[in-house]
Design a protein around this ligand. Structure first.
Ligand code: GRF
Length: 225
């Protein structure tokens, strides 16, 4: 089993709370984990993600923007098979996007295709959701394509917008849901249960996203009492 495990790289620019959730999830799956966290890359030398990785003795590599073009080489050196973007703000070089077609995931903190695209990251996403008056938001996990925030959608999970929400309170509730949904998707894709079909659609996804968490009552749909 160990030899067939995927080798996952997580790319993060910030604190790395999703990285933490991915690490914890793979740890909880123990010998059944379909992937090993093999590399953490950040464009910011001071990113919390690098500190976390170093604490776990996972290779943690700063890749400043002048070295962005060397990402493909770095991934090859570490035998990486899959990539999870977790708040990574640098553009992924086209050669890497092509090489990891169907094997690179991203999490976005809103329900794509709304509130996505260039410049829509962090607080700006939640500000835009509030300004628009949307009543429902939530994370989207998708395959990465050459078009920003446009790859095929693997999972979404609704988070209600409250009338007294600020961008910060909304961000915190969405982030808590990301921590559940993203590791689940990473496990499903690295295990080969979910894949990107030749026609560009997602294969193997449950008919209804909420089934993803059905066995665990704490993961029930937030609107179910
Ligand atoms: C998350 O909100 C994610 O949706 C977005 O960037 C943020 C990363 O947060 N892509 P963290 O560094 O994982 O805490």
């Amino acid at each position: 089993m160990t030899s067939s495990r995927a080798r996952l790289a997580v790319l993060a620019s910030g604190g790395g709370s999703n990285l933490q959730a991915i690490h914890d999830d793979l740890g909880a799956r123990a010998h059944e984990a379909p992937a090993t966290l093999a590399l953490v890359v950040s464009d910011r030398i001071s990113a919390g993600a690098l500190t976390r990785a170093a604490d776990w003795q996972v290779p943690a590599v700063p890749l400043p923007k002048e070295r962005n073009h060397a990402l493909g080489e770095l991934l090859a050196e570490h035998d990486i098979t899959h990539i999870a973007l977790a708040g990574y703000l640098r553009l992924i070089p086209a050669d890497v996007v092509r090489a990891f077609h169907g094997r690179m995931l991203n999490v976005h903190p809103a329900l794509l295709p709304a509130f996505g695209g260039p410049g829509m990251y962090g607080q700006r996403v939640h500000d835009a959701v509030l300004r628009a008056g949307a009543r429902i938001t939530g994370p989207t996990v998708h395959f990465v394509s050459e078009h920003f925030d446009e790859g095929a959608i693997i999972a979404q999970w609704p988070v209600p917008v409250r009338s007294d929400d600020s961008a910060a309170s909304l961000a915190a509730r969405v982030l808590a849901v990301e921590h559940r949904v993203y590791p689940w998707c990473i496990a499903a894709v690295t295990a080969g249960q979910i894949s990107l079909g030749a026609d560009g659609t997602v294969q193997g996804r449950p008919a209804y996203d909420f089934d993803l968490f059905a066995p665990e009552p704490r993961h029930r749909h937030p609107f179910a009492g």
